[in-house]
Design a protein around this ligand. Sequence first.
Ligand code: RB5
Length: 143
Amino acid sequence: MKIAIASDHGGFERKADIIEYCAKKGLVLEDLGTHNTDSCDYPLIADKMADYIVNKKADLGILVCGSGIGISIAANRHKGIRAALLYNEQVAALAKEHNNANIAVFGGRTQSKEEVLKYLDIFLATPFSNGERHIRRIEQLDN
Ligand code: RB5
């Protein structure tokens, strides 16, 4: 599975934490930037990631901004994107199980490294339920 990751300056540090953690687990993430802490615009970062996912250049995305909110809003404006802000363990599982989220989102200034890595692990380990009602609802999102 190919995973891409991107952040704005507010999520830069947490992005580095995630990349380092995944590398230790043998998962190489494609880093779409930003590549330093200079101020940048999260909508443009989200657009880049959405293009990656929609055009199947990656199977799954991870986005980080300061709060996780702006970059979620921006990503979810794209048809085919289901970006979920993972803010606790239950939501980390449900975002995959019920919503089959294709982008996991975190807040670099609002969530600790430990929280983010724990929720990411849960999200990655949880399968989509494939339930008929969940498939129907996901299809309705793009109609
Ligand atoms: C950047 O300062 C900050 O506004 C951004 O990272 C994010 O939190 C927006 O929702």
